[in-house]
Design a binder for this molecule. Sequence first.
Ligand code: P6P
Length: 329
Amino acid sequence: MEQSRIAHPIGTALDRFIKNNQGQFQYASGELSQLLRDLALASKVVNREVNKAGLIDIMGPVGSTNTTGEQQQKLDVLANIRFTRALTKGGEACAIISEETESYTDLQNDGKYVIAIDPLDGSSNIDVNVSIGTIFSIYRRKTPIGSPITDEDILQTGEEQVAAGYILYGSSTMLVYTTGHGVNGFTLEPTLGEYVLSHPDMTIPEDGTTYSINEGMANHFPEQVKKYIQYCKDNNYRARYIGSLVADFHRNLLKGGIYIYPSTKKDPGGKLRLMYECNALAFLAEQAGGAATDGQQRILTIRPADLHQRTPLFIGSKRMVERACGVSG
Ligand code: P6P
């Protein structure tokens, strides 16, 4: 039977919303609520730094690369520090998997949750003032509290997420998350410093006419993807590609559409990372009535072998994903 939905009046503050819906969490003991608050707090600090990046010396590259060989931007490193500090102080997380660190961070505490996070995705857009985002997944640790963290706690499939979301630092700043009971979006009211409910019960249109893909690499796409892109053109679809996954995903969530980052000759396993980019967005997409696959299987069923494992990604409106993957004609 459909869980009785609590009324979600627009304007409800995030804290109040979390409290009102705490009963939906399988482990309704308040820790997950506190964890979401810790992430929201850190995002407000990152938002402040993103919004004034041009005024203080935090733009541009640090001069180092992250674990996946990508040039780290100063704001990447700052965001990672902010989220790690908030989660450490909050005490609910026992380990953090981050794009910015080679291995996971063991917080040496009795926290029940493991966080996988891309602290600032789309960093190549930071210096040109284009929207960027934070992506997070929340898992419960599997081994007993007090015992050492193991790969069993860290390398979990996307289906085992207990919550996931993103923060979009765009024309407004939004926090969008799910705990497995639908998707809700909150807009930061800057004068109050509060996230308030602006997009209750978000659902993605079953079909759409917007496709997001870097066509500059079209010569390196698999034949099925080339065929689908031609189908989009033959049907006068709209091409929109921001170069920030969170921004493209958010637009498609609201309006309908598909985002594709396929395997290419340069990145045969795809470019995007399973643990801290794709799993969270796949959970959100499915909760909103959409779909997310690697071209063959649901993203959420992929068993990770490595923290920084990459995967091809087809995500968005269900009908569009099916057609792009050749499931439907
Ligand atoms: P390309 C940003 O680095 C990112 O991870 C996503 O946010 C974005 O959609 C994609 O990579 C852009 O990659 O190869 O098209 O520049």
